[in-house]
Unconditional design. Structure first.
Length: 372
């Protein structure tokens, strides 16, 4: 079928390699970083995510992920459960473990690190990709899975740079922690805070504290910023060891992100180049499904490539994704505008169920035969 270069070995780039390979392509994943790295701490994995990973052929390798404890309950800062129904079960998975699982499925031979795409030149017959080390190579197709600040998107869609989302910050860490965690469930706290404390399958502990609509203090470090928000998530009257877990975290293990998003773009593809994952649609983590959607991009792109020539496949993929993300953004706006934590949980549940149950493959694309 041809050769595809995938820029970026994040969760979406690696998923795209599996999907393109199943469609019959020779794949070459090129990652800027010196090694496949862990970005962030954990991911919420939904039934939708599991299904998309299974569609990539990862079924037997997912046992470890499926073994993670799942939860459906949400609480407020006083420990009171929100009475919601219909929330699909979530599993919390260490990002590094999911990346490692995908990378081992792709295999070392098709993956090179330390290769930063700086430019590409597209012509009628293919695309030439240029790297920061002066090297270049040729392929029939280039997939930009190079994340939030995608170089491929910048060339395909000049002026589409990512933007910070006003006052939205996230602090998080994974650490060894033997203490009792108490109720391991997400908390929708006061003053637009959200938090999670959970035990992972390998016995480590993960905490996440998110805050919308705030500024950070120039005088506080990341750990102090996180600790300052604990009272909004836990009033101390119920078992929830968030403060203890944050206190036990070395300062340099606390990851802090100022959340940024990609503005909606209408061009995901040209004749030989296409975007997938955060490169095309990084959104606020309040939708809790950016990776899940990116894995879906990878799978849909593979379905399209398996059923048509490259140009019609990319056109069909773009049509499908533009429609899908118009609806995702509508859900995301509805969630962001939720007047109360309870209505947020209800809208989040409705979104996740929609994500899982709605159409995810363009009618013009034929599914390629499943290979063992
Ligand atoms: C705080 C937070 C919490 C989140 N929680 C969830 C969650 O619970 N569930 C969920 O589904 N999603 C979640 N998301 C979203 C999710 O993390 C992203 O949508 C997903 O990781 C995007 O994957 P990606 O592969 O597209 O991009 P990335 O993970 O950013 O990967 C891009 C890769 O490309 C490489 N790269 C960059 N530039 C170049 C270049 N020029 N050449 C070659 N390589 C390059 C990078 O080094 C990187 O490895 C969260 C996001 C945040 C910020």
């Amino acid at each position: 079928m041809g050769r595809v270069i995938i820029a970026g070995a994040g969760i979406v780039g690696l998923s795209t390699a599996l999907s393109a390979r199943r469609a019959g392509f020779e794949v070459a994943v090129r990652e800027r970083a010196p090694r496949i790295r862990e970005t962030g701490a954990v991911l919420g994995v939904w039934p939708h995510t599991i299904r998309e990973l299974e569609r990539l052929g990862l079924g037997p390798r997912l046992a470890e992920i499926k073994a993670e404890r799942s939860f459906v309950r949400y609480r407020d800062f006083s420990g009171t459960e929100f009475a919601t129904t219909g929330m699909p079960p979530a599993r919390t998975v260490h990002r590094a473990r999911l990346s490692a699982l995908l990378a081992s499925a792709v295999g070392e031979d098709d993956l090179r690190t330390g290769k930063e795409l700086v430019d590409y030149v597209e012509d009628r017959d293919g695309v030439t990709v240029h790297y920061a080390d002066g090297d270049h190579e040729r392929a029939d197709l280039l997939v930009g899975a190079d994340g939030l600040n995608s170089r491929v998107r910048a060339i395909l869609n000049p002026g589409s740079g990512s933007r910070h989302q006003g006052g939205h910050h996230v602090w998080r860490a994974v650490l060894p922690f033997d203490g009792e965690l108490g109720e391991g469930c997400p908390v929708l706290g006061r003053d637009r805070t959200r938090g999670t404390l959970t035990r992972l399958a390998d016995g480590s502990c993960c905490w996440v504290i998110a805050q919308f609509g705030t500024s950070t203090s120039a005088t506080m470090n990341s750990k102090e910023e996180a600790l300052a928000r604990v009272p909004n998530l836990h009033d101390g009257t119920w078992p929830f060891a968030l403060r203890e877990a944050v206190l036990a975290t070395p300062e340099d293990s606390v990851l802090h992100s100022r959340v940024a998003v990609v503005p909606a773009i209408s061009r995901w593809a040209s004749g030989r180049v296409v975007l997938a994952g955060d490169a095309a649609h990084a959104m606020s983590p309040h939708i809790g499904s950016g990776a899940s959607l990116g894995i879906e991009d990878a799978r849909v792109l593979g379905d399209c490539l398996g059923g048509a020539g490259i140009a019609p496949a990319l056109a069909a993929y773009q049509d499908d994704r533009l429609d899908r993300y118009r609806q995702v953004r509508r859900h995301a706006n509805t969630m962001a505008a939720a007047p109360t934590p309870l209505s947020y949980v209800e809208r989040f549940a409705a979104y996740l169920n929609w994500l899982h149950n709605s159409r995810t493959r363009p009618a013009t694309c034929l599914p390629h035969p499943v290979r063992a």
